[in-house]
Design a protein around this ligand. Structure first.
Ligand SMILES: C[S@@+](CC[C@H](N)C(=O)[O-])C[C@H]1O[C@@H](n2cnc3c(N)ncnc32)[C@H](O)[C@@H]1O
Length: 280
């Protein structure tokens, strides 16, 4: 039977409310995904009838959402810095926190050594590298990831934004994918930074790839490797910007200072927490 958005909302609102504080939005996004319509359509036309086959598919998607699968993982995309990125089960969902790192770096962009070359370690979906290349028109970049599946997603996103000629995507363990003499104006990284023993919220623990989340007993292992290897690949006058988790700022700063990096600044995320640091 064909049903209206209003009646579907009545069917699913109570269950959806257990996992989201905005069940109407979630339902509109899922329906829009199935019908290839903007979610706002159902806001403007709550009475329009939805075909029976779509209602059946919606039921399956709502069940997935009710089991706390993130909306983005169900529809396969997520907004970052005002643009839509493809995501899969093999990529970390781009987070608003990471926009802090992009904003921070753009603040210093005009003073970076030329030619502008960016290295993104742990490129994932490519959200950082793609955004920086779109915002810094003369730059080229290299994105490295250990996950070949994530690199395919990064390549799809780079292609979608017309950047394949300016971005080289390489499989490797941090710096291993680079030539010894390769140098960059800017190195960025949002590496995995959670300690193995930490228990995360179900919608993160079950749906984001563990390779993107966990980094050793302390959560700091990736920074140790990155701080040790970065100088060799940084042009004189270049910068390195890293994101980290709540409360890690002092430990991360100490690791970079131990490798003779000069601390430039911390940057706060939207909740006021210190989220990223820049070193020279
Ligand atoms: C926290 S995610 C960040 C993804 C993306 N840059 C972002 O900000 O949304 C960390 C990324 O590092 C990658 N990674 C983990 N260990 C790695 C390693 N040893 N070498 C290269 N990449 C690695 C993961 O596959 C994942 O894509």
């Amino acid at each position: 039977m064909n049903e209206s958005f209003e009646s579907l909302f009545r069917d699913y609102a109570v269950e959806l409310r257990k996992v989201t504080d905005n069940p109407a939005r979630d339902l509109r996004v899922l329906l829009g995904f199935l019908e290839k319509k903007a979610p706002e359509f159902y806001f403007l036309h709550p009475e329009s009838l939805i075909p029976e086959n779509i209602c059946a598919q919606l039921k399956t998607l709502v069940q997935r959402r009710i089991s706390d699968e993130p909306l983005s993982k169900i529809i396969g995309e997520r907004e970052f810095f005002g643009r839509t990125f493809k995501i899969t089960k093999d990529t970390l969902d781009p987070r608003p926190d990471t926009e802090t790192l992009v904003d921070a770096v753009l603040h210093y962009a005009k003073d970076l050594p030329k030619p502008l070359r960016i290295l993104d370690l742990g490129v994932g979906t490519g959200c950082i590298l793609v955004t920086l290349l779109l915002e810094m028109k003369n730059a080229t970049g290299v994105g490295v990831d250990l996950s070949p599946e994530a690199l395919k997603v990064a390549a799809d996103n780079a292609t979608h934004f017309g950047l394949l000629e300016r971005a080289s995507l390489r499989e490797g363990n941090w710096f291993s994918a680079l030539d010894e003499k390769e140098k960059f104006s800017l190195i960025v990284s949002n590496p995995p930074y959670i300690a193995y023993h930490e228990v995360l919220e179900k919608n993160v623990q079950d749906y984001d790839p563990h390779l993107a989340l966990f980094s050793g007993e302390t959560g700091l292992e990736a920074y140790e490797v990155i701080a040790k290897g970065a100088r060799q690949h940084l042009l004189a006058g270049g910068l390195i910007a890293v994101e980290f988790g709540k409360g890690q700022e002092k430990a991360v700063r100490a690791l970079f200072e131990a490798e003779s990096f000069e601390f430039i600044a911390y940057f706060n995320d939207l909740t006021g927490g210190i989220r990223c640091a820049i070193f020279a």
